[in-house]
Design a protein around this ligand. Sequence first.
Ligand SMILES: [Zn+2]
Length: 86
Amino acid sequence: MMGHTRRNELLEALGLAKEPTRCPKCGRPMSPGSLGTQAFVGGSSWYPERSMFAVRGDPIVPQPMGGMVWLDGLRCSDCRLLQLDY
Ligand SMILES: [Zn+2]
């Protein structure tokens, strides 16, 4: 126990400790995972605002693998908040 604490202190001093990313809303640690979305026709795009015909989107995942779009990221299930890397 003592050794484990010393090791963490040493890692923190060296800037190597991996602090969990905290939710920007509630401050609790976020859980890592992946968002998976079925996308048999196209990929996934970001839209500044919703539009009926899905125009002016910025492709996030243009070519899905195996009919799925996967985005790795973090989740706070309490706040229903996702933080995604792409
Ligand atoms: Zn939260």
